[in-house]
Design a protein around this ligand. Structure first.
Ligand code: NAD
Length: 496
């Protein structure tokens, strides 16, 4: 049985606690590896390695840091396929989707390659006579990232690219469900010349996470995961005086107006709801069919579902892979029954898809129509291939539905009317908006983040917000000796 160790101070480091967790191949349902779980003491060793690496790394010139980042980009690019294969083997998503994940993650390294530009401060010459004022941004120190199973490469890259580019050192606690990709990233970054200790990986569960949150040397915590855990981590870590950004769960609505191109809307809904088996925080989980569009849209979506090719992500013919675990598959499937019992129409039951009856954690695409906001399938984040359709009379009802939902990650509108689209952009309560685009994940030079229960903290992730999250600002007021202007003055400094 393969054993996955920690990665501390530039090398794989076996855990000594004897605590381990299983890692599965979701396509076969068989255990493929076991991963070491860190104790608080082992987490402290990783943090110590990051602390020891900090002075030299933060003093490394921007020119040299950028050189290393470019090399990281080059080495990761050369190994795109290897990284994607590891994602598929442990997460289950199809290889083409895993390649897409790597590409979107690399955007963040590319953004970080321009870090000298992003770290530039302001400069005011002669703010007062003989006095200049300027601002600089400095790293925080040791920072940590705690990441979810659904993007085992992209989400860590959202965090560490800017963090290390800004001169911090990093400790990553990836999901224990698909931990190997982070080990490959660590290895490849060492190969690219990143000094030991700048990027460390510890595996584990809540014990490892709590040890990170409690450690006084950790200055900032970036978290991505489910809402209850995000909220708890935000509260604990802010109480401990750390800077925190905690990105959380979602329920993303796609509003379809009667003037929309129905075929295009149906293609978009199916792609965004069932891609990666619905295990994306930006997946469309609710289609809001406005006015007369309902019957035509539901029929167009239902028509597409039997054609989705479900199978092992390593098979190039597969379009949708399995779910992450058997428990998660069963939990997702339970919403089909609860929806029916609570009054929804089950248009397509994914449990009847052929692959759902075989080994592996497969579940076919399901479609529930005439869902209402009180139903569990609407209230909970399902995080699987179950798309719900809520019908509303008017555009205003649709926008109110999004507003009243406790989450606010993404929201999309499908229409041909530019005026309504612009109104939607103005008033919808969500952090990321798509106009005829179902999954509006911002490109790497913007920042990613939701509203309401989809984000705890102020800073969005990656892009410009990432740079400001991982740095502190200093403003310098400077005068060079000129004896002719020197005098004792007990008044409050004012500009002259
Ligand atoms: P999760 O919350 O179960 O786990 C996330 C991380 O927290 C993992 O590293 C896990 O080991 C750790 N963790 C889990 N329980 C913990 C506990 N009790 N105490 C401390 N740490 C704990 O999330 P997941 O199932 O891995 O990922 C899916 C969730 O992530 C979904 O809710 C999805 O919406 C969300 N997500 C959000 C975004 C976003 O950007 N908003 C992106 C991706 C995923």
């Amino acid at each position: 049985m393969e054993r996955i160790t920690h990665y501390i101070d530039g090398k794989p480091t076996p855990g000594e606690s004897g605590l381990r967790g299983p890692v599965y191949d979701p396509a076969t349902g068989r255990q493929s590896a076991e991963v070491d779980f860190a104790t608080a003491g082992e987490v402290a060793k990783a943090i110590e390695a990051a602390r020891a690496a900090l002075p030299a790394w933060r003093a490394t010139s921007l020119a040299r840091r950028v050189e290393i980042l470019f090399r990281i980009r080059q080495v990761l690019d050369a190994h795109r396929h290897d990284i994607a294969e590891l994602i598929t083997a442990q997460h289950g998503k199809v290889l083409s989707d895993a390649m897409g994940e790597v590409a979107r993650g690399l955007e963040n390294v590319e953004f970080a390659c321009g870090i000298p530009q992003h770290l530039k401060g302001g400069f005011s010459e002669q703010a007062s006579t003989g006095i200049d004022v300027y601002s600089i941004r400095q790293p925080l120190g040791v920072v940590a990232g705690i990441t979810p199973f659904n993007f085992p490469v992209m989400v860590p890259m959202w965090m560490f690219s800017n963090a290390i580019a800004c001169g911090n050192t990093f400790v990553l606690k990836p999901s224990e469900k698909d931990p190997s990709a982070s080990m490959l990233l660590a290895d490849l970054m060492s190969e690219a010349g990143l000094p030991p200790g700048v990027f460390n990986v510890v595996h584990g569960d809540g014990v490892a996470v709590n040890a990170i949150l409690a450690h006084p040397a950790v200055q900032a915590v970036s978290f991505v995961g489910s809402t209850p855990v995000a909220k708890a981590i935000y509260e604990t870590a802010t109480r401990a005086g750390k800077r925190v950004q905690a990105l959380a769960g979602a329920k993303n609505h796609m509003v379809v107006l009667p003037d929309a191109d129905i075929e295009m809307a149906a293609d978009a809904a199916v792609s965004a709801a069932y891609g990666s088996a619905g295990e994306r925080c930006m997946a469309i989980s609710v289609v809001v069919a406005v006015g007369s569009v309902g019957d035509r849209l539901v029929a167009a979506i239902a028509d597409r579902l039997p054609k989705i090719r479900i199978g092992d992500g390593r098979d190039p013919a597969s379009e949708m892979g399995p779910l992450i675990t058997a428990e998660h598959r069963d939990r997702v499937a339970s919403y089909i029954d609860s929806g029916r019992v609570q009054g929804a129409t089950v248009v397509v039951d994914g449990r009847e898809a052929p692959r759902s009856r075989e080994s592996g954690f497969f579940l076919g695409a399901s479609l529930l129509d005439r869902v209402t906001p009180e139903m569990d399938c609407y209230r909970d984040e399902i995080f699987g291939p179950v798309l719900t359709v809520v019908r509303t009379e008017t555009y205003e009802d649709a926008v109110r539905l999004v507003e009243e939902n406790p989450w606010g990650n993404g929201a999309a509108i499908f229409t041909r009317d530019g005026g309504v689209a612009r109104r939607f952009q103005f008033e919808v309560e969500a952090g990321m908006v798509g106009i005829n685009v179902p999954i509006p994940v911002p490109v790497g030079y913007y920042s990613f983040g939701g509203w309401k229960n989809s984000l705890f903290g102020d800073a969005h992730m990656y892009g410009p917000d990432g740079v400001s999250f991982y740095t502190r600002q200093k403003v310098v007021t400077s005068r060079w000796p000129d004896p002719s202007t020197s005098a004792v003055d007990l008044g409050f400094p004012s500009m002259r």
